[in-house]
Design a protein. Structure first.
Length: 334
């Protein structure tokens, strides 16, 4: 049972390895099933994880508060000195496969492969907050395909307990960065909503975990992801903003087959850069409270579910944000 708990801790710690770590502040789920990344599995070997995430961004926000579409249409975009864009929705479905190897002593590695299905609608600029007018830039888009693959390593050989480690890796530009709208006038989809950023990103972080008592354990993690280059997209150059993540969590292991958990996930992202970037409505600070649980199916198969609830959302400009994020999946060890 203790081995099962250790596997679960790995899965929920590394929120910066989200399959949807977009530069827009609220585009991605910050829960992760990369359970090998923290080096907490009792023995070495291979493991795999298949996870589904649902994220429906259907609430307009400006700064730390809500804003109506009509009010948003009256806001001036300080980047263009024209009317701000009024978005309608962004529905995201992510299916993410993670393959992990741990040598059981001091190091491990993971490959994370996301498949993204996303639909998006916007009223564009110059709208009244209600009318769909392609002349004002209104369009709709939908599509699915491979996202940006992540290659991650970890080293945890600093102490005999193996409860402190560092994480490092890269995000590859494997996702499509040239998606075009398929409803309204054809135009490039916003860079922050493409399935890929077109950039190679550096990933680096550190973590620590320990016991509070016989049944309670905690974990902490800090992480950073930053792009190393600009991408050439149809609308111009683009570089996603650097993002920092801090995560705190508790888990209770007093039950035989169910392990309740509770996380606090904090994410901050700056503004995107480049001639194609939206420097008015990207980036911000998000704080989530995330209850969850894992269920042991067999000694080597575990099912899990998490619900991410926003407790603080402060976005730059005007952005769509979710009311909740649902994440569920299954993991296997070999």
């Amino acid at each position: 049972m203790f081995r099962a708990m250790r596997f679960f801790v790995v899965a929920v710690l590394a929120t910066a390895f989200s399959p949807a770590a977009q530069a827009c502040a609220s585009c991605g789920c910050s829960i992760n099933s990369d359970f090998g990344v923290q080096g907490l599995s009792a023995g070495g070997g291979w493991s795999a994880d298949l996870r589904y995430d649902y994220l429906n961004q259907n609430q307009l926000r400006m700064g730390a508060g809500k804003i109506s579409p009509a009010a948003a249409s009256m806001v001036t975009n300080t980047q263009t000195n024209g009317p701000a864009e009024v978005e309608q929705f962004t529905k995201n479905n992510y299916l993410t496969a993670t393959f992990d190897y741990n040598n059981g002593k001091s190091w491990g590695m993971s490959v994370i492969v996301p498949y993204i299905d996303r639909s998006h609608g916007t009223l564009g600029t110059g709208s009244d907050g209600a009318t769909f007018d392609p002349a004002n830039g209104a369009y709709g888009s939908s599509g699915s395909g491979l996202g940006d693959i992540r290659l991650l390593g970890r080293y945890f050989g600093f102490s005999e307990q193996h409860n402190f480690g560092i994480q490092f890796g890269i995000k590859l530009p494997t996702g499509d960065k040239n998606q075009v709208s398929n409803f309204g006038n054809p135009q490039p989809v916003d860079p922050g909503l493409q399935r890929g950023t077109g950039t190679t990103d550096l990933i680096f972080g550190a973590y620590y975990y320990d016991n509070l008592s016989a049944n309670w354990e905690y974990f902490t993690q800090a992480f950073l992801q930053t792009a190393l280059n600009y991408s050439n997209m149809a609308a111009g150059t683009y570089q996603p903003a650097t993002a920092e993540n801090v995560n705190l969590g508790l888990r209770y292991r007093g039950f035989e087959n169910v392990i309740p958990t509770l996380q606090v996930n904090v994410r901050h992202a700056g503004k995107d850069a480049g001639t194609a970037a939206d420097t008015f409505s990207t980036g911000g600070t998000l704080v989530y409270l995330t209850p969850g649980a894992i269920v042991r199916v067999t000694d080597k198969v575990f099912a899990y579910v998490n619900v991410q609830l926003p407790v603080y959302q402060d976005v730059n400009g005007i952005q769509l944000a979710p009311k909740y994020v649902l994440s569920t999946g299954v993991r296997f060890s070999f």
